[in-house]
Write a protein that binds this ligand. Structure first.
Ligand SMILES: [Zn+2]
Length: 67
């Protein structure tokens, strides 16, 4: 059974936003996730870039992954 609550890379706690942005950027059907730090590393960008994306998607209110 997959563990939804920890990053599959570093084991850090995963929050709802981390899951949402992972699904948005990597795989909509994902059932294992990276934390924001590992996601930024995978994508070759900074953690702050990911956080800005999360804010953006949340502010639009149009993405069902961000509520
Ligand atoms: Zn991680």
């Amino acid at each position: 059974m997959p563990d939804y609550k920890n990053c599959k890379e570093c084991g850090a706690d995963i929050h709802a936003d981390d899951i949402a942005i992972h699904r948005k950027l990597i795989d909509r059907g994902a059932d294992t996730f990276f934390c924001i730090d590992c996601l930024a590393g995978k994508l070759g960008c900074r953690r702050s870039n990911i956080e800005e994306l999360i804010e953006y998607y949340r502010s639009t209110g149009k993405c069902s992954l961000f509520v």
